[in-house]
Design a protein around this ligand. Structure first.
Ligand code: PLP
Length: 352
């Protein structure tokens, strides 16, 4: 049976991309390995250590702890779990800006934690006053987003760290999407810039690894201890992951992609993606649409619903923000030619 997978030539909405050729090849080779069982599959376990070490290098963390998760959702759930386990209260809460990813809602539901959502400011970043007013002695974690899903904004991470520290809470940074572009910007977002305790950074997004390859990082091993459960029937003694059996494909492809691309390949990719985002923002602005300036390679613009629907009917894979703006993510597979073709379809529809 031969079923063709989704082509990427009209995909503008995804935060995942075509894996780099070396990542694809590594994924295929390690498809039948299970890093959830290190005693049986030691090679992939060693590769996972490499992956975590490289993620540490990218995020300014000297002695990184962590693992390759199924994605940003698992990493965020596990970060909340760490905070809940370490909190000295039976009624912990997590404080997050409204720009936070919906995976925290899942975390709160599964873990029985109170998720407190605070507004963002005029620039779509966490409103610090609102965060300050919301934390209390029961706050286990403050979340900052480094590369928001809708507008690609980076929260003031240091300030959020100060607020978290003022109530003895942990600081989690969700850089699931932004983590592989931010090293080439002036933003302050990582362990070296602020008192970050845990971080999500996904190789299967801007890192060009194959799905599933999310990343959970922690400042030290003892934070991960909060997740460890005993594993009686395995040769290894404990497991910190949420899933049990998991594919080695994501782990191997993450290592392959990072070895190939860090740092120069990712830098070139960021520059290309950012230029594309600015080109698109400019093209939309010239046509009279309200555009949210792309601080990272993600463009949002106010398009009439009928135009949006017509573009989707034309085969464009585009999505909308909660307030209805068109959202285009300039992932590595998004070329200038694709964007030019998108704009020319838009022009054709608007004259009709
Ligand atoms: N965090 C952020 C900032 C995201 O943008 C996303 C997904 O787009 C996630 C977490 C969830 O990642 P995943 O879909 O890999 O679980």
């Amino acid at each position: 049976m031969q079923i063709e997978p989704q082509a990427f030539d009209r995909v503008l909405s995804s935060m995942c991309t075509e894996p780099h050729p070396v990542a694809r090849e590594a994924a295929e080779r390690f498809l039948a390995t299970n890093p959830g069982d290190p005693g049986t599959y030691p090679t992939i376990t060693a590769l996972e250590d490499d992956a975590v070490a490289m993620l540490g290098e990218i995020t300014g963390l000297e002695e990184p702890a962590g693992y390759i998760a199924s994605g940003g959702t698992e990493a965020n759930i596990q970060a909340v779990r760490i905070a809940r386990e370490r909190a000295e209260t039976r009624t912990p809460n997590v404080v997050m800006p409204e720009s936070g990813h919906f995976s925290f809602q899942k975390a709160a539901d599964v873990l029985g934690v109170d998720l407190r959502i605070v507004p963002t400011d005029d620039s779509f970043r966490a409103d610090l006053e609102a965060v300050r007013a919301c934390v209390d002695e029961q706050t286990a974690m403050v979340v900052g987003v480094a590369g928001t899903t809708e507008y690609g904004r980076v929260d003031p991470i240091s300030e959020l760290g100060d607020i978290a520290a003022s109530v003895g809470a942990m600081l989690h940074v969700d850089a699931a999407w932004g983590g592989f572009v931010l090293p080439f910007t002036d933003h302050e977002w990582h362990f070296g810039h602020a008192p970050v305790d845990t971080m999500t950074i996904d190789p299967h997004k801007m890192g060009q690894a194959a799905v599933p390859a999310g990343g959970l990082l922690a400042r030290s091993d003892d934070l991960l201890d909060a997740l460890a459960v005993d594993t009686p029937y395995l040769e290894s003694t404990s497991q910190a992951t949420l899933t049990g059996t998991r594919s080695g494909a994501g782990v191997a492809s993450a290592v392959a992609a990072m070895r190939e691309l860090w740092p120069e390949g990712y830098r070139e990719q960021y520059v290309r993606a950012q230029h594309n985002a600015e080109w698109l923002a400019d093209a939309l602005e010239k046509r009279g649409y309200d555009v949210v300036e792309p601080t990272l390679p993600l463009v949002a613009a106010d398009l009439p619903r009928s135009t949006f629907d017509a573009l989707r009917a034309d085969g464009w894979r585009i999505s909308r923000t909660a307030t209805g703006e068109l959202r285009v993510v300039c992932m590595p597979h998004v070329t200038r030619e694709m964007l030019a073709s998108f704009i020319s379809d838009l022009d054709r529809l608007e004259v009709r």
